[in-house]
Design a protein around this ligand. Sequence first.
Ligand SMILES: Nc1ncnc2c1ncn2[C@@H]1O[C@H](COP(=O)(O)OP(=O)(O)OP(=O)(O)O)[C@@H](O)[C@H]1O
Ligand SMILES: [Mg+2]
Length: 275
Amino acid sequence: MSKQPHEEKLRIANPDSAGTGCGLGISSGQGSEAGSQSAITNPQSEIALRAARLTKCFRSGAADLVVLEDLELQVSRGEMVAIVGESGAGKSTLLHLLGTLDTPTNGEVYLIEKKISGWSPNEIAGLRNREIGFVWQFHYLLPEFSALENVTMPLRIRGIAQAAAERKGRELLGEVGLAGRVHHRPGELSGGEQQRVALARALVAEPSLLLADEPTGNLDLKTGDMVFRLIEQLHRTHQLTSVIATHNLAFAERCDRVLRLENGRLWPAEKRDRM
Ligand SMILES: Nc1ncnc2c1ncn2[C@@H]1O[C@H](COP(=O)(O)OP(=O)(O)OP(=O)(O)O)[C@@H](O)[C@H]1O
Ligand SMILES: [Mg+2]
């Protein structure tokens, strides 16, 4: 694995350059998806998630910081894909774009065959709420609410009646092994248990896609292994399509595919690269 500092890996775009479409709003979304990243596609089955010529730049002084550039990705339904890459490579940026939490500078995200650009914020939020479960490095549970209340929150926001939401919430908490902790508040749970509650919350509304950003990053190795096993199990039982950013190469190896984010694009991670 390259040990270059991140600063050398990111390109700073000249705002006058038309290459990325950064800064000038030049469309680069018309091109083919062939090329150096073509190996990352999995042509066998239905595509659940797709990124086409995805570019993300952040304004940095007079120039643009190009984090993702013409990135291509296709994830088949039911696949579990790991994204690895050095700190600052753009993994979180990519997950935010795939999760419709941020908009690309250029290019497209397709969620279950639907092109996201052009949708209203409300439409995007609706699609996101229906289709995507998120898990982050930090659990973001609400401290004043119990595990059950945290897990049922997405259902209550949707207007599901309390009894039905609680039934579903208890079912999910049971699935993550916390049937005996439903009334505990986050502060009364261990780090691994907090992350299991966060997983239950992510899946309570039965999304088709799980996006996880370093879900074991805050946990010790043993607890992280237990949480990752749980993610694998939930991926199977809930028939999810999962994209997981991780620094843990052993966990990444357990996924169907490992992609390395480097120089703004995804590359198939060869075994030798992963060591
Ligand atoms: N909102 C923002 N404004 C400006 N720059 C940003 C913004 N968000 C991210 N960046 C920059 O984009 C680059 C990629 O950040 P990102 O968080 O996606 O990396 P990462 O691969 O997730 O890193 P890590 O493994 O440390 O979590 C970083 O250099 C970061 O400073
Ligand atoms: Mg990150």
